[in-house]
Design a protein around this ligand. Structure first.
Ligand SMILES: [Zn+2]
Ligand SMILES: [Zn+2]
Length: 252
């Protein structure tokens, strides 16, 4: 190998090394940035099945600040409070997806024990003080709830720690039915509006099947398909699955 050939090889080697360095920079810098922006502490998302009708009560919490929310403590307040205590969360809000007795019966005791604020849509407030009587009409038991501290409204964003919960008014099962969307987690709590392969009953006074289906189509089926659906009763599903397979919404 001549001297000039050797220096050409050296130059080539240097050029390759430079390219590799640049490529590494291009590849590693965005990965580092992504990693940093995605670095969030885990979120508490616990389900406690409560009461004679098996309501899914949810305990949500920001692990950074330990602030949390309880959704639908329908009964079995002792079990809900034990789970809250174990989580170490300070509960800021108790939220009712709607006013039916099976979703509100544990409100009073959870509110008293945690000092949280109660939120429900204004159109469902009248259910709160009738829970015991409504349950008795079905041969079941429940407890009347205190009045709310504030009303849920469509589009409202509730903050607990670094987490945000968006309220979607999805009436039909009841006039004030709401779903709760955790966009950062890809989760939506749907109360008795949307179930896995089902929808809420609309044979109650004040119910509307048309409003129910419209809310599901316009507020829930527009969410990303991978969004996990957590109904008020029964197993979870996904928006994608329900769009394809839910017989009640597809039929229209
Ligand atoms: Zn209901
Ligand atoms: Zn229910």
């Amino acid at each position: 190998m001549t001297k000039s050939r050797t220096s050409r090889w050296l130059l080539c080697g240097a050029a390759v090394a430079l390219l590799l360095t640049v490529a590494c920079l291009i590849l590693t810098v965005p990965v580092k940035v992504l990693h940093k922006s995605d670095k969030r502490s885990p979120m508490t998302f616990e389900t406690v099945v409560v009461g004679q009708l098996g309501v899914n009560c949810f305990i949500l919490g920001c692990e950074e600040t330990k602030e949390g929310i309880v959704v639908d403590p329908g009964a079995d307040a002792d079990r809900v409070l034990t789970a809250v205590k174990k989580s170490g969360l300070t509960i800021r809000y108790v939220i009712n997806t709607h006013g039916h007795f099976d979703h509100v019966g544990g409100n009073r005791r959870v509110l008293e024990a945690t000092g949280a604020k109660l939120l429900i849509h204004e159109a469902d407030v009248h259910f709160l003080t009738r829970a015991a009587g409504s349950a008795a009409a079905y041969g079941l038991t429940s407890e009347n709830s205190p009045r709310p501290d504030a009303y849920l409204e469509d589009g409202m964003v509730l903050t607990f720690g670094s987490r945000h919960l968006k309220v979607l008014h999805t009436p039909g099962h009841t006039p004030g039915g709401c779903s709760l969307y955790l966009e950062s987690e890809g989760k939506v709590i749907t109360g008795d509006t949307l179930f896995a392969d089902g929808v809420g009953r609309t044979d109650f006074p004040g119910s509307s099947h048309e409003a129910l289906i419209e809310g599901i189509r316009n507020k829930l089926f527009v969410l990303p398909e991978r969004t996990v659906v957590y109904p008020g009763h029964g197993p979870s599903s996904t928006i994608g699955h329900e769009k394809l397979h839910n017989p009640y919404v597809r039929a229209l």
